[in-house]
Design a protein around this ligand. Sequence first.
Ligand code: OAD
Length: 250
Amino acid sequence: MEIQEARKRLDSSARVAVLTGAGISAESGVPTFRGAGGLWEGFRPEELATPEAYARDPEKVWRWYAARYRQVMQAEPNPAHRMLAQLERAKGDGFLLVTQNVDGLHLRAGSRRVVELHGSLTRARCERCGHRQPLPPPDAFEPPPLCERCGGRMRPDVVWFGEFLDAELLARAERAFMTAEVALVIGTSAVVEPAASLGRIAKSAGAYLIEVNPEPTPLTPLADLSLRAGAAHGLGRLLPDDAGTREEAE
Ligand code: OAD
């Protein structure tokens, strides 16, 4: 059976690269971007998530990001986040988790080898000197934050439409997927580049490609195994039984 083959490959591979999208946080109550009830439904992203929108009305953009920050801080990592933290501990140096999510839930679940490709709602970046700092706790947070280094105004530390990804982070992600023996793609519609290409890169370099998503995506035809399942259920079928059930010792 394909599922047994996938379990065996995951278990025996030293180099595993994982890509996650909004779907992995759906079970924590964080809305996805596309589809019914999605974050972009009823919104034109360019009114909020672009450098032009921010230049036009920084207060409005900050209000939206502050509300999303509060929302993700109320959410808790779910078993799927914890199972990936556990997989990282099992694999060590050969593991990399690349996420498109800006909710910080992988870090809160204990993952450390993480590339946050689209930034994080939990940080701000100085417009003047580029310094990054965590936002204060939601209760104490009044946007816009000011830079602790230079006093400059700070913007959300997320990648907006029309902006480039951090080149170093992207290179690290691409290296991991190019050299992975197993690539695992979870909860992404696989339509936003360049993240969407990571699975393809791995597959063309010879990796065994596994997808976990309740819906088919453009990556599905390429996958060696595509599990039509939610993230936690799908990962539970792929990983050893005790993965994710242990509480994290931070
Ligand atoms: P999307 O909202 O495009 O897709 C979410 C995916 O999660 C869909 O394929 C769903 O089928 C799947 N899904 C839903 N529930 C799930 C569950 N319980 N378990 C697993 N999967 C589930 O989100 P992303 O692909 O992450 O970029 O979107 C990519 C980027 O588009 C985001 O990072 C954001 C957005 O524009 C930026 O903000 C730069």
